[in-house]
Design a protein around this ligand. Structure first.
Ligand code: NDP
Length: 449
């Protein structure tokens, strides 16, 4: 990875010295800065206003103690975070992740990416992210509720419908959002659109649950059509079996795709006849069980221990929907060797820099996360609008708006890449298109921002 512009390279050097020990955050910034070199060359006004140094420094970063009592009566202590990275375009917006891997570095990488993703949606949202190193896996309902209530007991003072609007992410689904929302309401005595991903009976949006997965397929469809290709009849491998993966699979199957594999943290299933999504939903959404169960219920399918091996399955299209850095350079080479011609990222930063390089060098149609998985936050933005006007839209209305937003994001990324001499490179295009709007808003608002 090379940051060609001298100013950007210096800013990155200072950032790396200041944030040593935060590898995920530095990886995310390096990837964006690499794309922005031609923008810095062409826009000395951004350099003069210190936009690049300012955009990598969060406006606010909160870390807090979350103590709660488990079912055996033991006091447990976790760490909570909220990064309010950039509010140039609107209130901070971004999910909460509950997972033992969560650290300041992970939250800052996700918050930084979120700035540009939200900008690409064209909705008025700044960038933020939060979470905790609490892992909901294996916890009882009561423990999860008490944890969420304790987490919100601190978080509520930092958020609000016009300040910062969190949502879900890994480990935070409808159940957790419900407990968080209930506690916010109790503490503030206000029923307002402070969180998105709410239940429909409490002001949530239709389509929010499947939005990220559906949006991913809408983006993929656009990218393939532009290359004279399509999803119908293609063999597809999807990592994970969480929110994004399940609804990516649902839409892929609706579009005629043949999904043959899915996974979880333990291993992957292969079903040459095509994944039976109702079985996966029952295991993962209802029973909250392990994906290995699938083979007991579907004859002819197999289970392999170790999630990474999923990338050895020959496929036309790969959809990584699990976590950061889940495809490395070697996995990418294997995918290319086996004939994979398109990769669309459902998870955030699932491909390492070496993997991205391999895909681009081999002409794989590559959809980067901040563009291709923006459907979730876009629909959250629509939920905010519905809460503000106090008027719900139908599923058809929301789906149509989501589809339009994904088409526009594709066009914006494609056009920006072409404008800066990198036609076809959607990584660069998404970074540039997302960045320029934020930079112009920061310029307009003066140095205090
Ligand atoms: P969920 O918590 O719903 O599901 C996470 C899934 O990933 C689970 O199936 C989990 O398995 C699996 N998983 C985690 N690590 C691995 C791994 N190393 N290999 C294979 N599977 C793994 O999370 P989401 O679906 O919401 O989020 C997934 C990704 O998508 C994250 O990167 C998130 O930031 C991103 N994203 C999510 C959005 C949303 O709207 N939800 C929006 C935009 C991005 P197990 O069951 O074993 O835990």
């Amino acid at each position: 990875m090379e940051i060609k512009n001298k100013h950007l390279s210096e800013v990155y050097g200072e950032l790396a010295a200041r944030n040593a020990g935060e590898p995920e955050f530095l990886q995310a910034v390096a990837e964006v800065f690499e794309s922005l070199s031609p923008v810095a060359d062409a826009h000395p006004e951004y350099v003069k206003a210190g936009i690049f140094s300012r955009i990598v420094e969060p406006e606010r970063f909160v870390q807090f103690r979350v103590s709660w009592v488990d079912d055996e009566g033991n006091v447990r202590v976790n760490r909570g975070y909220r990064v309010q990275f950039n509010s140039a375009l609107g209130p901070y917006k971004g999910g909460l992740r509950f997972n033992k891997e969560v650290s300041a570095s992970v939250i800052k990488f996700l918050g930084f990416e979120q700035i540009f993703k939200n900008s690409l949606t064209t909705l008025p949202m700044g960038g933020g992210k939060g979470g905790s190193d609490f892992d909901p896996k294996g916890k009882s309902e009561g423990e999860i509720m008490r944890f969420c209530q304790s987490f919100m007991t601190e978080l509520y003072r930092h958020i609000g419908p016009d300040t910062d609007v969190p949502a879900g992410d890994k480990g935070v689904g409808g159940r957790e959002i419900g407990y968080l929302f209930g506690q916010y309401k109790r503490l503030t005595n206000r029923f307002e659109g402070v969180l998105t991903g709410k239940a429909i009976v409490s002001g949530g949006s239709q389509i929010r649950v499947p939005a990220t997965g559906y949006g991913l397929l809408y983006f993929l469809d656009e990218m393939l059509k532009d290359r004279g290709l399509g999803i119908d009849g293609k063999t597809i491998v999807i990592s994970a079996s969480g929110n994004v993966a399940i609804y990516a699979c649902e839409k892929a199957q609706q579009m005629g795709g043949h999904v043959v594999a899915m996974s979880d943290t333990n291993g992957y299933i292969y079903d040459p006849k095509g994944i039976k999504l109702d079985v996966v939903k029952q295991i993962k959404e209802v029973e909250r069980g392990r994906i290995s169960e699938y083979t007991k219920r579907v004859p002819g399918s197999t289970y392999t221990e170790g999630s990474r091996g999923i990338w050895t399955i020959p496929c036309d299209i790969a959809l990584p929907c699990a976590t950061q850095n889940e495809i490395d350079g070697e996995d990418a080479k294997t995918l290319v060797k086996n004939g994979c011609f398109a990769v669309a990222e459902g998870a955030n930063m699932p491909s390492t820099p070496e993997a991205v390089e391999c895909f681009l060098a081999n002409g794989v149609a590559f959809a980067p996360a901040k563009a291709s998985n923006a459907g979730g936050v876009a629909t959250s933005g629509l939920e905010m609008t519905q809460n503000s006007i106090r008027l719900p839209w139908t599923a058809e209305e929301v789906d149509e708006k989501l589809h339009g937003i994904m088409r526009n994001i594709y066009a914006a990324a494609k056009d920006a890449a072409a404008e800066y001499g990198m036609a076809g490179n959607l990584v660069a295009g998404a970074n540039i298109a997302g960045f320029k709007k934020v930079a112009d808003a920061m310029l307009w608002q003066g140095i205090a921002y």
